[in-house]
Design a protein around this ligand. Structure first.
Ligand SMILES: [Fe+2]
Ligand SMILES: [Fe+2]
Length: 473
């Protein structure tokens, strides 16, 4: 007598894992969601990722706390990557035109509008990580449970990877809420949290959308372009130490140059502050534009953190340096998004010749600090990628690289030196902080300071906003 074939009794050849290892036969033998139900739900998830990317990006500039600025840049990148993967997946499900730009539900829109408009860092953190991210995770989880693991294996794969990173983001967010949001403070915005939860109920059809009353988004959100930093970042108009002049001075020792490069790295926190404004104020580009530019923004945040790590590894307190926000402040307030992109491209293009990133890597190797070589090696690779991103998204606006560079140079020249002006206004005295920082490093190294390096006192007086990566002339 033969055993009746059922999904539970069916055996694969010599008990090999069935179904290419996707799931059990019983799991695959249950019907799942229809393509229509799948695309509807994936679009809802895609919309959430896209909105989170936008919110995290938009809030980088005005967020004072450095750990959050860099965290937001990271998470914006992760959301952009997963949104892109879902977009591709939806496109595989008989869905052209994709309809991915549509708002899946009005209450879902209010939910994200409210978080974007959060009045404080605390509310933003709670909105993002205690409400939005867990909801996003739950949508992904339930989709994966409900869909057929064989027929819809490609979607489940995309979501499985996404859930891993959403979990990481929630961990970061919960730890940040624990560190920064006191229960007392939180009671102050209890009503707002209730509104967020009601939005989710409305999305589920449990309450009518009409019952929702916008709070922080009652007046539309306005992007704040002014870079803010926490209290560790002092004297932010200071342009008293010309890092490039030092770096390209043949008389300076490589180890001291390595220290100056770490300053240049951590100063790069101004790039996410500026790219946030380009990304937020440039509308209507293809989704890959936002994905690529967000990747670049995250890389620049990472470069700043490489500087932070380098200082700590060398036993140096980086807060002794004066890390200016002059560049992001001026570009964000004096240039259009297109002009900012032009300046960014112009500067990054200047890093490609032998005197740019390769030189920094060579100096790093020469410094005898192995970590420095690692940092500059990857920094260089990232900048090559950024030049490619510029070729993809910036140059086509002009049709030709020369025209694009010319425009970038012109925009950059618009930012004339404000060295005298900020001093006259009493915003800074351009204190030369370098000798103190260098002495501190020498002490940590147990080495005597080089007399020439110690005496360095070249400022950015008369130079463009600051020379950034451009070779000092
Ligand atoms: Fe960079
Ligand atoms: Fe870059």
């Amino acid at each position: 007598m033969t055993t009746k074939i059922t999904p539970d009794t069916y055996r694969s050849y010599r008990n090999l894992p069935p179904l290419a290892g996707l799931c059990t036969l019983a799991q695959a033998a249950k019907p799942g969601l229809s393509i229509e139900a799948c695309t509807t739900r994936l679009k809802e998830i895609h919309y959430a990722l896209k909105r989170l990317q936008e919110i995290l990006t938009a809030r980088i500039t005005s967020e004072p706390i450095y750990e959050l600025k860099t965290g937001f840049a990271h998470h914006a990148h992760l959301c952009a990557e997963h949104a892109d993967a879902l977009r591709t997946r939806v496109g595989e499900m008989r869905e052209p035109p994709l309809g991915l730009e549509a708002v899946p539900h009005p209450a879902w829109e209010i939910f994200f509008d409210e978080i974007l408009a959060a009045r404080t860092t605390e509310e933003l953190l709670v909105g993002l990580y205690d409400h939005a991210m867990p909801e996003l995770h739950s949508l992904m989880f339930h989709y994966s449970e409900d869909t057929n693991p064989l027929t819809d294996a490609p979607s489940r794969r995309v979501l499985r990877f996404a859930m891993l990173e959403v979990e990481d983001m929630i961990d970061f967010g919960e730890a940040s809420v624990d560190a920064l949001v006191t229960p007392d403070f939180r009671t102050g915005f209890h009503e707002w949290e209730e509104l967020l939860q009601n939005c989710l109920k409305a999305v589920d059809g449990k309450i009518p959308v009409e019952s929702l009353e916008r709070q922080y988004s009652a007046t539309p959100y306005v992007y704040d372009p002014l870079p803010k930093r926490d209290e560790r970042w002092k004297d932010q108009w200071n342009q008293g130490v010309n890092a490039e002049a030092f770096l390209y001075d043949e008389n300076m020792p490589a180890k001291a140059k390595a220290l100056m490069m770490l300053f240049k790295r951590i100063r790069e926190v101004d790039v996410p502050e500026m790219m946030s404004s380009i990304l937020t104020q440039t509308k209507g580009k293809p989704s890959k534009y936002y994905r690529d530019m967000t990747r670049q923004m995250w890389d620049e945040a990472r470069h700043a953190m490489m500087g932070e790590v380098g200082f700590v590894a060398l036993g140096v307190d980086w807060t002794a340096a004066r890390i200016t926000f002059n560049w992001s402040m001026r570009l964000n307030t004096e240039c259009t998004p297109m002009e900012r992109h032009a300046v960014l491209y112009f500067i990054e293009q200047g890093l490609m010749p032998r005197t740019g990133k390769r030189y920094e890597w060579e100096v790093a190797q020469e410094s005898g600090i192995p970590l420095m070589a690692t940092i500059q090696d990857f920094d260089w690779a990232d900048e090559v990628l950024h030049a490619a991103i510029g070729r993809q998204w910036y140059i086509p606006e002009f049709g030709h690289i020369n025209k694009a560079l010319e425009y970038g140079d012109k925009c950059w020249s618009k930012i004339t030196s404000n060295w005298q002006e900020v001093r006259e206004k009493g915003l800074t005295s351009h204190e030369n902080w370098w000798p103190a920082l260098y002495s501190q490093a020498c002490k940590a190294w147990g080495a005597t300071a080089d007399a020439k390096a110690l005496a360095f006192a070249t400022t950015y007086d008369g130079k463009r906003a600051d020379l950034k990566e451009i070779h000092a002339d």
